[in-house]
Design a protein around this ligand. Structure first.
Ligand code: KG4
Ligand code: ZN
Length: 357
């Protein structure tokens, strides 16, 4: 098979960079033929992801999930055009498991291997057919990506496959990390983001005057540690033991409002830094938060830029996005040798792209 023949075949994608184990098969046009995601529950008692446990859980579950998605798609590995697996950034043990399985399949079937940068996969998700409004050109390059998850918090100019420019990012905590830490202070279970959002719904967001870090500052960097400390000080003023329910709800609502205002402000600045942006894409688990989405939507609408918010299951970690990034790269002939390393850190700017035309 030449590059073009290969690109006419389905691609298997594998994701194992954190605590989601996932496999998916996509047709070359991006149709999802089968997908499976397992959010590892093994970490809940520890209040955070334990890397060693994550790696072992990926090893226990991923091979069976590969079998499952191939069966569901009615395919064998001989039918594939290539195998894409996340090679970084992320927890090294899990990356080695997923990439190792992917490389093994590619080697056995004699298919190309595509080592995917997890951030690139989030960045390209918006180009999956059917996500941006038809005919809008919204997912044409360039566009702006706001990636907000437990481990990432950055604004990226997406100018082509393998052509990414980081416009700003957090100087301390990721926004999801801040949600998780504040949730813990309020006595909520891990992961805290969804629980905090539910609690905030019952609260008064205006009762407590929390800081809005970096609001109005030039650029689009983020900071959440000052906000987190402000919440900790309010909580510390109560006697030990659970907070009164209504007060906890007000704190949650006030914190969420502060984050929403900061994100909207940073998005406005980022859009000014990429004047030709066709749209703003949000990705990452925090994008599941309805009030944050609403604040971001208002900021983009005010500037006449469409907002593309993939469904939550494609915003959080998944393998559909990895397979899709694989398809985009395979089309350009950007396959990788089997000795491509796994990298805990792998800045988007250093991802290999197609030569500029
Ligand atoms: O993208 P993701 O599934 O995994 C990575 O961190 O890469 O994001 C998980 C993060 C967690 O910090 C979680 O608390 C946060 O996203 N999150 C939320 C919500 N749902 C998930 N944060 C705020 N509101 C939510 N509804
Ligand atoms: Zn992610």
């Amino acid at each position: 098979m030449g590059v073009h023949d290969i690109a006419d075949h389905p691609v298997l994608g594998l994701e194992s960079s954190c605590d989601e184990t996932a496999a998916a098969v996509l047709a070359p046009d991006g149709r999802i033929l089968a997908e499976a995601v397992l959010s590892q529950q093994e970490h809940a008692p520890f209040g955070g992801v334990v890397p060693e446990i994550a790696a072992r859980a990926h090893l226990a579950h991923l091979p069976g999930m590969v079998r499952q998605v191939l069966d569901q798609a009615g395919l064998t590995i001989a039918d594939l055009g290539g195998v894409a697996a996340t090679c970084g950034p992320g927890l090294i043990g899990g990356l080695i498991v997923g990439a190792g399985i992917g490389k093994g399949i590619a080697l056995t079937a004699g298919k190309p291997f595509i080592g995917i940068n997890h951030l690139e996969a989030h960045a390209l998700t918006a180009r999956l057919p059917g996500l941006a409004p038809a005919g809008s050109g919204a997912a044409d390059f360039p566009y702006l990506l706001l990636l907000v998850s437990g481990g990432h918090c950055q604004c990226v100019a997406v100018e082509g496959v393998g052509r990414y420019r980081r416009l700003g990012g957090t100087i301390d905590d990721a926004v999801g990390e801040a949600f998780d830490k504040v949730a813990k202070m309020l006595g909520l279970p891990w992961p805290g983001g969804p629980a905090l959002e539910r609690l905030a719904a019952a609260g008064d967001p205006a009762r407590l005057a929390f800081p809005r870090p970096l609001l109005g500052r030039p650029g689009c960097d983020f900071s959440f540690s000052g906000l987190k400390t402000a919440v900790a000080q309010v909580v510390a003023a109560y006697p030990p033991g659970p907070l009164p329910e209504a007060d906890a709800a007000d704190i949650a609502a006030g914190f969420q409002r502060a984050v929403a205002e900061v994100l909207a402000d940073r998005v406005a600045h980022a859009l000014a830094m990429l004047p030709g942006a066709r749209c703003l894409v949000v990705a990452g688990g925090v994008a599941a938060n309805a009030s944050l989405r609403a604040a971001i939507a208002a900021a983009t609408a005010a500037r006449g830029v469409p907002l593309v918010a993939p469904p939550v299951r494609l915003c959080t970690d998944n393998a559909v996005m990895v397979a899709w990034a694989g398809i985009e790269r395979l089309r350009l002939g950007l396959t990788d040798p089997l000795d491509i390393p796994c990298r805990p850190r792998w800045p988007l700017e250093t991802v290999r792209g197609a030569p500029t035309p």
